[in-house]
Design a binder for this molecule. Sequence first.
Ligand code: RP5
Length: 163
Amino acid sequence: MNPIPVGVVMGSSSDWDTMQHAVQILSQFGVAHEARVVSAHRMPDDMFAYAEAAAARGLKAIIAGAGGAAHLPGMLAAKTVVPVLGVPVASKHLSGVDSLHSIVQMPKGVPVATFAIGPAGAANAALFAVAMLANHDDALRAKLQAFRAEQTEAARAMTLPPA
Ligand code: RP5
């Protein structure tokens, strides 16, 4: 069986509304993936185990979403050299600015590629993972180019209501 190239993890099932947008993109591009809850604070041993096994399991990218004190992406990155793509989930009280700062402000030497707060960030993290895999997969690159071309055509076809 081929290894799964992309893991999608999140701190809580409450992050799914946001993170499902990453999973939808991966499904759309036919990229095999797994999705699971791996909480940094509530199940830290599982988080370390996931990170420690990631490279040997064949994961090429980990998309990690979390909200509030969003330590999951950074702590995964601390334990694996598999690229971690961080998605700040919008939080109840601070609207995800807390999540963004928690994920983006990594110390020099342990990078997390950080995306926008919310669904756009989740979708873009998945598109970025697709682009990484497409470096070694011509068919996937063609799909990505077609996706971008469709987007361009959709934007060109946009009309505005009369003023
Ligand atoms: C974080 O705490 C999760 O990533 C989630 O965004 C946030 C709230 O979690 P729940 O209390 O909804 O489970 O760890």
